[in-house]
Write a protein that binds this ligand. Structure first.
Ligand SMILES: [Zn+2]
Length: 326
C-alpha cells in the first residue's frame, strides 16, 4: 500500500545484477540469497555505505542482514524497483484483510498522534496561515480526516490507486504518488507524517532528506516504524520458525537508536521516541500479544524516563527539522 523510493547520495550504492526483467504480475522471486537471479539487486548499508554485514535470519527465502558498522538491519539482496511496484499493487500489512481493518487497527494511534501534534504545534491564530500536514502512505485517509477535522490543511499521497480513490471519496486531498514523484515545493508543510512507511522504502535516508526539504523551518516529522529484530533473535534462539520480518515488503528494520542516528544525520533534532498506543489487531489472539507487548513497552519507557525502549515494539519518533532553509 505504500512505498517510496529515492536514490541516496550517502548510501544505497546499488550494483544491478540479473537482467531486471519483470517476471509476472505481483510475483517476486524469493531466491535465498541468489544475487544473480533476475529481478534482484544487491545493496550496501543505507546509512554508512558499508557492505560488511552479518546474517540475522532467512525467512521465506529472503535474507535480513545487519551492517557491521552501524547496526542497520536490511534485506539483501532485494527485489528491483519494478518487482516492488508490482508487489505493492496487492499488498496489505499482515493481519489486515481489508483497508477497513487497517484503519480500525490504526485508530487509537491516529487519535494519540493528533493530540501530540496539537501540543507540539499550536493552532494558527487569527490572520496566520492555516497549518499544513502531509501524510505519506496515507491509505484511505484515516489520519488526514482527523487532521482536517481539526482545521488543518491536510494532504496525502499513496501508491495504491484503490486507497487514493477511497480517500478522495471522503473529500480528502490525496494523490497517487511517491514522495519523490510528488515534487512538493520546499517548506510546504508544518508536519509530515509517515506511519509504517520507512521500513518499505528503498532509500530511507533519501526519504528523510526529502521530508526535511518539504518541511518548513522547525517543522515536525512523525515517523512510526516496527522493530522486529529482538523478537526474531529470541525466536531464532528458541528455534521457532517465523516470518515476522515480512520480507520483502519490509526492506529494513530500525532500532530506535539506528533510526535516531539516521534522523540526526539527515537534519533532524529528536524530540521524543514513544511506543504511543497499541494498534488494535483484528484477530483476538494477536490482540492479546499486542496489549501484553504494549504494557511492557509502556512500563520500560516510564521507568527509564523515556530513555529506554522495550525491544521489538513499534515506536513513533517526533523530530523537528533542524537548521536553516536549505
Ligand atoms: Zn551501516
Amino acid at each position: 500500500m505504500k512505498i517510496e523510493s529515492r536514490r541516496s547520495e550517502i548510501g544505497n550504492r546499488k550494483s544491478q545484477v540479473g537482467d531486471g526483467r519483470a517476471e509476472g504480475p505481483g510475483r517476486l522471486s524469493p531466491a535465498a540469497a541468489d544475487e544473480s537471479a533476475p529481478g534482484l539487486i544487491s545493496v550496501s548499508c543505507n546509512i554508512c555505505v558499508s557492505t560488511e554485514a552479518s546474517l540475522i535470519a532467512v525467512q521465506s527465502g529472503w535474507r535480513m542482514t545487519q551492517c557491521a558498522r552501524c547496526g542497520l538491519a536490511y534485506v539483501n539482496p532485494r527485489p528491483d524497483e519494478a518487482g516492488l511496484r508490482r508487489h505493492y499493487q496487492t499488498y496489505r500489512p499482515p493481519g489486515t484483510e481489508t483497508v477497513d481493518d487497517w484503519e480500525r487497527m490504526m485508530a487509537p494511534l491516529f487519535d494519540d498522534t493528533v493530540r501530540r501534534i496539537s501540543r507540539l504545534i499550536p493552532p494558527a491564530e487569527g490572520g496566520a496561515k492555516t497549518r499544513r500536514v502531509l501524510d505519506v502512505g496515507c491509505a484511505q485517509g484515516g489520519f488526514l480526516a482527523r487532521m482536517a477535522g481539526m482545521g488543518w490543511d491536510a494532504e496525502g499521497i499513496d501508491l495504491s490507486a484503490g486507497s487514493v480513490a477511497a480517500a478522495r471519496a471522503r473529500g480528502l486531498s490525496v494523490r497517487e504518488s511517491s514522495l519523490d514523484e510528488a515534487r512538493f515545493p520546499s517548506a510546504s508543510f508544518d508536519v509530515v507524517t509517515a506511519f509504517y512507511v520507512l521500513e518499505h522504502v528503498t532509500d530511507p535516508a533519501g526519504f528523510l532528506r526529502e521530508v526535511r526539504r518539504v518541511l518548513s523551518p522547525r517543522g515536525l516529522a512523525v515517523i512510526r516504524v516496527p522493530h522486529t529484530t529482538p523478537i526474531v533473535r529470541l525466536l531464532g534462539f528458541l528455534r521457532i520458525p517465523n516470518t515476522l520480518y515480512d520480507m520483502p515488503s519490509h526492506l529494513f528494520d530500525f532500532s530506535p537508536g539506528v533510526l535516531g542516528r539516521m534522523l540526526e544525520e539527515t537534519g533532524f533534532e529528536i524530540m521524543e521516541t514513544t511506543p504511543q498506543r497499541p494498534t488494535v489487531r483484528p484477530r483476538l489472539g494477536d490482540r492479546w500479544i499486542t496489549y501484553a507487548g504494549f504494557a511492557a513497552a509502556t512500563a520500560v519507557h516510564a521507568i527509564s524516563n523515556g530513555r529506554r525502549h522495550f525491544p521489538g515494539v513499534s515506536t513513533t519518533t517526533f523530530a523537528r527539522r533542524f537548521g536553516g532553509k536549505d
